[in-house]
Ligand binder design. Structure first.
Ligand code: LLP
Length: 402
């Protein structure tokens, strides 16, 4: 990626997110290619970056969408992802979302509890429809990642255990309004170990075989997302090995493999660019204060996540500092105790690997407008979301002032 951050700052001001669409293409092609031995659907996890232009770019490459709210489903539909490539997951779907998902006739609703299955059945019955469903199995496997993004253990709220899943599939088989078409598991995010994925996929593949023996024939095996990316010096799971071990579990099964990568697709396509406002020293501690903040990119504050940071100046004199934003919280930092060069007012700072769970987790905290988003494709930049104005922020409150 060779992006002229300065030129973009002059054109669009700071802070901004910039995404390299060609990187997204490469990531998609790499994963799709790894699964070429079978029918596959790469259902992009929209939550990672739900900008319409990002989803559209993936739609044009042939991706489907893994959605966790009806809002995400609508985003996917809006940019041309066909309903038969859309999956709707989540532990707490409300009735209206289930109803709309059925009306949109998406590929499948990924059901996460026995109680939810009953709701889906009742709503499908009311609508005179048959709901295509998959069941999210919680394989009770430790994915060895950050506890906040670990989802495949029984102590996590996600999915159901195998026995419950079996009972739910039998309920589907006996219902006129439920059609069990898929099975799903997702054990966590930013995974760098293949073994836990192998184990959990094997568990669901065995379940698929058991179900087949009782005449429940599934068409889709969704192995979740979670493939990690390099933020610092992580050793990654090799994509071909990953696909190979997934496909190996599926011997003898006529089933389409589905996977739901989010971070893998967009994480390293994105950079958050902010500019230096001031430097100050409190006691012995040097602070570099920039115009971006935790409301724009919350991962360092929330998960203590590492993002590689570069000050775009020629100064060779580095010393320790905290890189912080203007928000009124001590948790508002991008990095603590980091060696950065001496900066001047308006120097740019690039915060890398920010394409996933960056903008989508942004807020208006401190009445800060969400930043601009820019795409680079074939060397051309274009705005894909304009910077929010004060008027945008107050628009939904203004008319209610008494
Ligand atoms: N499928 C399901 C059911 C998921 O829950 C997730 C992510 C994905 C797919 C996509 O996972 P990925 O391929 O992106 O790892 N905000 C956190 C990450 C939360 C992930 C939530 N679920 C972060 O900034 O690291």
């Amino acid at each position: 990626m060779n992006i002229n951050f300065k030129e973009l700052a002059n054109k669009y001001q700071t802070p901004y997110y910039v995404y390299d669409f060609d990187h997204i293409t490469n990531q998609y092609e790499e994963l799709k290619g790894a699964f070429r031995a079978r029918k596959s659907l790469i259902a992009y996890a929209v939550k990672a970056n739900s900008n319409l232009s990002v989803i559209k770019h993936l739609a044009q490459l042939g991706a489907g969408a893994d959605c966790v709210s009806i809002g995400e489903v609508k985003r996917a539909l809006k940019v041309g992802i066909p309903p038969y490539k859309i999956i709707f997951s989540g532990v707490g779907k409300i009735d209206e979302e289930i109803k709309q998902a059925l009306e949109f006739d998406i590929l499948m609703i990924n059901v996460e509890s026995a109680a939810e299955l009953n709701r889906v059945e009742a709503i499908a019955k009311e609508l005179g429809k048959t709901a295509r469903i998959s069941i999210r199995v919680n394989p009770n496997i430790d994915p060895q990642t950050h506890p906040y993004i670990s989802t495949g253990l029984h102590e996590n709220k996600f999915g159901v255990d195998i026995d419950t899943a079996k009972r739910m599939y039998i309920q589907c088989k006996n219902s006129e309004n439920l059609d069990p078409v898929g099975i799903h598991c997702h054990i966590g995010s930013q995974l760098t170990q293949l073994e836990p994925i192998k184990e959990s996929v094997k568990i669901i593949a065995d379940l698929v075989r058991n179900l087949k023996a009782i005449k429940i024939d599934l068409s889709f095996m969704d192995v979740g997302g979670g493939l990690g990316i390099v933020y610092k010096d992580e050793t990654l799971i090799d994509t071909n090995e990953y696909a190979q071990s997934v496909l190996e579990t599926m011997f003898g099964l006529d089933i389409t493999v589905v996977c739901e990568p989010g971070r893998f697709m967009v994480g390293n396509a994105g950079t958050f660019v902010t500019k230096v406002l001031y430097e100050k020293v409190n006691g012995n501690k040097r602070f570099v204060i920039v115009d971006g903040a935790m409301n724009d990119l919350i991962r360092p504050s929330l998960y203590n996540a590492y993002h590689r940071i570069e000050v775009l100046n020629d100064n060779k004199e580095f010393c320790d500092c905290n890189l912080v934003g203007p928000v009124c919280e001590s948790g508002d930092f991008f990095a603590k105790n980091i060696e950065l060069p001496k900066t001047e007012h308006n120097d740019l700072v690039a915060i890398y690997s920010a394409g996933a769970y960056g903008f989508t987790m942004a807020s208006n905290y401190n009445t800060r407008g969400k930043v601009a988003e820019i795409a680079i494709e074939n060397g051309q930049d274009r705005l894909i979301r304009r910077r929010e104005t004060f008027e945008d922020i107050i628009a939904l409150e203004e008319e209610f002032i008494k």
